[in-house]
Design a protein around this ligand. Sequence first.
Ligand code: CP
Length: 310
Amino acid sequence: MQLKEKDLLGIQSLDPAEINLILDTAATMKRVLASSSKKTAHMQGKSIITLFYENSTRTRLSFEMAAKYMGAATANVASSSSSVNKGETLLDTARTIDQMGTDILILRHPQSGAPHLIAPHIQASVINAGDGMNEHPTQALLDLFTIREKKQNLRGLKVAIVGDLLHSRVARSNLWGLCKMGATVRMAAPPTLIPSGLQGLQVQLCTSIQDAVRDADVVMGLRIQLERMQQALFPSINEYAHFFALDEKAMALARPDAIIMHPGPCNHGVEMPTIVYDSDRSVIQEQVTNGVAVRMALMFLLTSRRNAAL
Ligand code: CP
């Protein structure tokens, strides 16, 4: 089995069999990463470029490490020091990178739809590393992988997602992914941080975190994205934390074996206190580790598809 599309632009376009293929391949990659030599030849002779118009620690670095572990050549284009600053368009930048024989272009961009714009115009596979408030598909894949590893199966799980739903591409990608894989999703946020489009989707919107978290198998906190807010959407950080922080009292309502997740970076004391972030229930550090294995799997599968198409 292969991935159907040349690119990974969102979870919305993947079917459950493709998601399982990526997660199963990631399990193999994780075993490789645990061995004494992390090196494989899965991407020998291939090249990847990361093009990030927004800050990143986890996503950019894990793509780069994943590619290096598989023998690919890697380079990063920092938009701040590129010809983007001379006014070059995104499409011209992508075409320039494509002409250098790049196999995979990994793009993070503040505008929703930016990877969808360039993908049809270049030969390289495009991976969406986060586009505006739209999707962050590789984060959702590593989240699905982490949940499946901890709970064996995604079907039938109750997942609570709490925080800045309005600006969260992580929440959107996870919602698509979790629903496709048979989980039930509950979400909670202040009313001003709930996007209008959610009402029509397969999600139970809750007015309090208590309602969202009660009996949940998985609890996911989301970062408050102050940098995307043009105006104050809640009275103060303290009041937000008072009503929506995933503290020990809130977590006591979840199932005793519930896990707590966060895509990072986390505002400690706002989305959750450090004592919860570092608790035995927390799989936040494992999410980071799994990000490398999942991105190895995805790039390997996209490369295999490209090889088969030649
Ligand atoms: N989760 C996530 O996308 O983190 P970075 O912004 O550090 O890449």
